[in-house]
Design a protein around this ligand. Structure first.
Ligand code: ADP
Ligand code: ZN
Length: 753
């Protein structure tokens, strides 16, 4: 007999007899290295995954019973810590087992995996699962009614009376609901319960969504679409882990097809998770979902009220929500029976979370799929080089839709060489683009102008002394937002009124706006086309999904002639009457030391261009550029995406840049520049070395000061065969910076700012 099973029989027998208090590890949603040990309450057996309340200092904290052993691959396992496990006398007791569904083994393993891969304390990763339903966590499953007999000695207070009056109406209510309705604190409810004046009623959380009907409206598929659909359906029906890239030009019906994979998943009685780069996209997406399945999916985003979030969390955990769509945080929901993950627009940089736990939701979604053994579909018209390399090596399957649905043609693309055809002085729209815009509007078709910069002007300069208006807290110019009469920092929350005199030379009216933002383009367009109905789409003008839905509806109803927008417009919108897209500054984004600057610009501009001519009328794209010979421009012009990506690959291969090597960034920051330098230099001196290992830096970050913190960067680069995590653990152990110095670790960095 194996010792493990001997132990379990023995402890089970003992439990029957005496119920000794169990020692349990509890992971708290805090930045500790690992779980803490507690004793289980005398009469309760706790299991891994149970959500509990434990004392910590003088407070109580929600935590999760966590196993101490982990089954991580050796490369990822953090260095083991020595713990004395014999002394139980000083351990505190778990206060309460909460009435919440326990976190499943695969979710716990996933959390451990993400923590180890990103070198984040596991509690902080677990917090993403827990935080999702934190509000009202203790009362989620318990409602209260007055006790059958109220104890005669109950001390009555006005607050207690209010609660009892409310509950005498006969509807059991949670503590949160009671507080909301009466304004009394949770303590009053607890006091009443402790005094046995209330009885607890277990409440089944109601389901926030109806069951989608996979047979509600079946699509009529074209031959290529049908082939791809069959392939996807098969992998869902077969189950097990697989990754498929669903590639197809914009408008080829990729969404249409993966909706069929979702149908297959529902038919299997499993749950599907759809990740979108931005929840702003969910409005049009939901509509299509309703058309296909008859009801709306569960939507996960910060805009939904707390109650709805709690219900959705529960519906995910008990399997009632069969389809959940959300942005990256939805990946940490406690799915009961996940059967499919779809990552739409997989190339999007927005999948990378840059604050708190720094992780890439696309990559981690694949990890989660592997741990639960379910298929994953990556969807894009412009797949990332990472994904393409995985397709080439055979790790991912590839489904391709080469043409647009219904015979719609790809837009015709032209470059306007701004060196030859410059706009008038102080203008940014060239005569050639103006002409096309007029013609389009005259045909009563819609046009779009794209510029990936919010505000009026990116720089305000003094004509007299050359002074540039900068953020006092960041290495950044202040961006003028004329509508709000402000200069704003786009890196922090700082803003100030637009000054009348130059703060350096005190001359009056010498400050000039340099360069365009979309406000300025809008001003210019209003002068050029005074009769056009213009809509501005930017993250600061459309601040909620509702606002975006409204905007999209107005465009679809042809209440808008000209759309002017930032990257918001580049998303998967389907605007059938849009036939002209003008890109105001195609070169924007190409400069700077970003590894993926070319790839990213290509993807963005290709997506924007893809908004044109998606229905019967053919589309046209005009790119204004000062570098028409740049490979990105020729790729956009010729539509030869494969060749462009092959060139990108060739540039990255020799130096082992991703995806041919691994990369991690160390960002050292401190309010004191000298301290930041000292620590950065110490890391530089201790830099790991060896065959296939290289450290670049330290150097000041491009945004050298951010929110008053001086930032230094180091990059660790290894060959693909060498794991970064063990190297990083050893390296981080060698430098002990003082408390004011922060060290952020960014595995697989996407941003190099
Ligand atoms: P993509 O996701 O590749 O950009 P979509 O799935 O949005 O493409 O399809 C583009 C448009 O064509 C949508 O309006 C969609 O409803 C329509 N469409 C695509 N395939 C079909 C089909 N087989 N039958 C009817 N409409 C389709
Ligand atoms: Zn700032």
């Amino acid at each position: 007999m194996k010792s493990a099973s001997l132990f379990s029989t023995l402890s089970e027998t003992l439990a029957d007899v005496a119920q000794p208090q169990q020692r349990v590890s509890v992971l708290l949603p805090m930045p500790f290295k690992g779980p803490f040990d507690y004793l289980s309450p005398p009469d309760i057996t706790l299991n891994p995954g149970d959500i509990v309340l434990v004392p910590l200092g003088r407070r109580q904290k929600t935590g999760v019973v966590w196993e101490t052993s982990s089954d991580l691959p050796p490369d990822l396992a953090p260095p083991a810590e020595q713990k004395d496990r014999t002394d139980t006398s000083r351990l505190k007791e778990v206060a309460e087992l909460l009435e919440l569904p326990p976190l499943s083994a695969d979710l716990r393993r996933f959390i451990n995996w993400v923590a180890a891969y990103t070198l984040t304390p596991p509690g902080m990763v677990m917090a993403m699962t827990l935080r999702l339903h934190m509000h009202g966590v203790t009362s989620a499953g318990t409602g209260w009614l007055p006790a059958d007999t109220i104890p005669a000695d109950l001390r009555m207070t006005p607050a207690r009376q209010k609660v009892l009056d409310l509950l005498r109406k006969g509807l059991p209510q949670t503590t949160t609901d009671i507080s909301a309705a009466t304004g009394v604190s949770a303590g009053v409810v607890k006091g009443l319960a402790d005094a046995r004046a209330l009885r607890a009623i277990k409440l089944e959380p109601e389901c926030p969504v109806e069951a989608p009907d996979p047979g509600y409206r079946l699509p009529v598929l074209e031959a290529e679409q049908a082939r791809a659909t069959t392939a996807l359906r098969q992998s869902v029906e077969k189950g097990g882990f697989s990754v498929t890239l669903l590639e197809g030009v914009t408008g080829s019906g990729k969404t249409e097809i993966y909706l069929e994979a979702i149908a297959a998943c529902i038919e299997q009685g499993k749950q599907a998770l759809i990740l979108l780069p931005e929840i702003a996209l969910s409005a049009q997406w939901t509509e299509r979902f309703i058309r296909r399945f008859g009801v709306a999916p569960a939507i996960w985003h910060s805009d939904t009220g707390q109650r709805m979030r709690r219900l959705t969390w529960h519906a995910t955990a008990n399997g009632n929500a069969s389809v959940v769509v959300g942005a990256r945080s939805a990946l940490f929901l406690p799915f009961e029976k996940l059967g499919l993950i779809i990552i739409d627009e997989e190339h999007e940089a927005l999948y990378k979370q840059e604050e708190g736990v720094i992780y890439n939701a696309r990559d981690m979604a694949i990890v989660r799929a592997r741990l639960v053994q379910c298929p994953t579909v990556l969807v894009s018209a412009t797949p990332s080089l990472e994904t393409l390399v995985n397709v080439q090596s055979g790790r991912y399957r590839h489904l391709m839709l080469p043409s647009r649905h219904g015979g719609a043609t790809m837009p015709e693309t032209r470059i306007i060489d701004m060196r030859v055809h410059p706009p008038e002085r102080g203008r940014f729209i060239s005569p050639a683009l103006t002409e096309e815009l007029s013609a389009t509007l005259a045909r009563q078709e819609q046009a779009m102008l794209f510029l990936n910069r919010r505000g009026y002007a990116p720089l305000t300069l003094c004509r007299a002394c050359g002074h540039r208006m900068e953020c006092p807290h960041c290495t950044a110019w202040l961006v003028e937002h004329r509508a709000r009469k402000r200069l704003c920092c786009h890196y922090c929350e700082y803003f100030e009124p637009v000054p009348v005199t130059c703060p350096a030379c005190h001359e009056e009216n010498t400050l000039t706006s340099i360069g365009p933002g979309i406000e300025r383009i809008t001003e210019e367009a209003r002068e050029l086309f005074p009769d056009a109905r213009i809509l501005v789409m930017a993250s600061d003008t459309l601040t909620s999904p509702t606002a975006i839905t409204e905007a999209v509806t107005r465009i679809s109803n042809r209440e808008i002639d000209l759309i002017i927008g930032t990257q918001v417009v580049a998303k998967g919108w389907h605007f059938p009457y849009l036939t002209l897209v003008g890109i105001v500054d195609a070169d924007l984004g190409l400069s700077g030391g970003d590894l993926r600057a070319g790839e990213r610009t290509f993807q963005l501009l290709h997506q924007v261009a893809g908004r044109a001519g998606r229905a019967s009328a053919p589309g046209r794209v005009l790119l204004q550029s000062y570098t028409p010979e740049h490979p990105v421009m020729s790729a956009l012009l010729s539509g030869s995406q494969d060749r462009f990506m092959a060139q990108e690959a060739m540039q990255r291969q020799p130096g082992f840049w991703p995806p041919y090597g691994r990369l991690a960034a160390l960002i050292i920051s401190c309010e004191d520049a000298a301290k930041a330098d000292a620590v950065a230099n110490a890391f530089g001196r201790m830099a790991p070395y060896g065959e296939g290992i290289q450290v670049l830096g330290p150097t000041p970050a491009p945004v050298a000061v951010l929110r008053n913190r001086h930032r230094r960067r180091l990059l660790l680069r290894t060959k693909r065969t060498i794991a970064l995590q063990p190297i990083l653990h050893r390296w981080l152990d060698m430098v002990k910076p003082d408390r004011n110095v922060r060290i952020d670790i960014d595995i697989d960095p996407v941003s190099f700012l």
